[in-house]
Design a protein around this ligand. Sequence first.
Ligand code: ADP
Length: 507
Amino acid sequence: MPFFFNLFARTPRSPNLVDAVIAISPSPWINALGWLIGLVVACGIVVINSETHNDLAPTILYITLLLMAANLFSINVVISIALMCILLLTATYLINGGYHHWESTTGFFRCLTALSAITFLALRSKYAAERLHHNELYLLGAQRLSQTGSIGFRADGKAISWSEEASRIFEYPQNELPTVEMVRARTHPDDVHLVHEVFAKAATRSELIEVKHRLLFPDGRIKYVHMIASPLFEQHGRCDYIGALMDITASKEAELALFCAHTQLAHVTRVTSLGELAASIAHEVNQPLTAITSSSEACRRWLNRPQPDLPEALQSLDRILASACRASDVISGIKALSRKSDPRRQRESINDIVSETLCLVQQELAHHQITLKVELLAQSDEVNVDRVQLQQVIINLIINACHAMDGAETRDRVMYVRTWVVGGAAVVEVADQGSGIAADVLPSLFTPFFTTKANGLGMGLSICRSIINFHDGQIWATSAVGRGTSFKFSLPVASTAARTPDEQPSV
Ligand code: ADP
């Protein structure tokens, strides 16, 4: 079952923005405390200096104080403490009358130079550390807002690391060291093979690894994640990958809601089309019933003879059985079309679907005096589709073509229905010789509620497009005013994943 159709669970939205406010510097109280401690310690150093009369010892203490401040407090506190130390060193030198002695003066300048140099280096590294910290915070903030974490892993799957946001997505404590087992434990059991595929691809040094899978939490919640990774470096036979991990739950849920709305709308329009085809459908059911009646009468005659002709009677019974099956098939087809059910894709022959649909519209074509020309070249090719939805597309294109030809000369009323396969795609074409569509109208054709008909709803083609898109195909139209219109859609042939139709959509 496609991974986004089988489960629908609500998950919490983005993290609380209050959580996203990150403290970037110590509080003013801590700074004030730092400043006070600095002042007390510096004064203590002055006292020591007055006792020892040694230049070097206090300088070492000043430097120690400065380095500690640089480690603990903000840049402003570090600058204040540095200035205070220089000031106290100078004051001590002046008060002690150091300028009377040449040695004291040179010693003072040595200490001053050392203190200034250490201050400069401490401030420089403090600036660099703060910039780094800021960048880290920006990255963290951006990851939280975009709900995208980073994840790194070794190609052999032996080690893994992740950012704070990735650990939030997986809902593990931030201080817990990640392991591949933890990722597996959170992955939905039906999607675990996708995680294995990631490491299998990494083992072959794949240039780009992309995976979308579900996470299942112990309380039953489901999250959808999308990861894209590429190799970061390769060294001594070891390759590390870096990836972006996105929480796409919200967009998946919106997609699901949209899908449900489309399914309902598609059902409504399908039932509307069936109403339009009522006469055709009645005729289609009536035909086998008439055959049953005439075969029954024949059977009766064969049996009523003085010498009952059993082989002929048996043949009549076979015809009755075949006609009854045919009527039952038509009714099941109509029931399927009118039923409201979730799409179920399976391998189907494109030609069978087209032929079955044409049976339903035969009478409609006769009613519009349209000659049908059918060319089904997509012989045994199968497509992975929901049969009912595809029939709905074909019916809609045929009904539109009938309407478009209503004004045309009777002899020109020819409709072509063709199928063929090109570049791994099965193409179906419904072409008419009707009024055609002006070039400036063509781009609006598939827009919801676009209609040129007095009683039109304008949803038919829009639904056709969403059905075809859902089946990974494309639908397009080419037309010329007065010369008719051709609608084509292409679907990937089931055995081939890639599709490269040589005809490009014009709409
Ligand atoms: P509706 O049939 O309710 O108008 P559709 O979405 O099926 O809604 O069609 C939208 C419009 O596209 C039509 O109103 C018509 O103008 C145009 N159209 C569709 N098919 C054809 C066609 N085969 N030939 C000419 N115009 C067409």
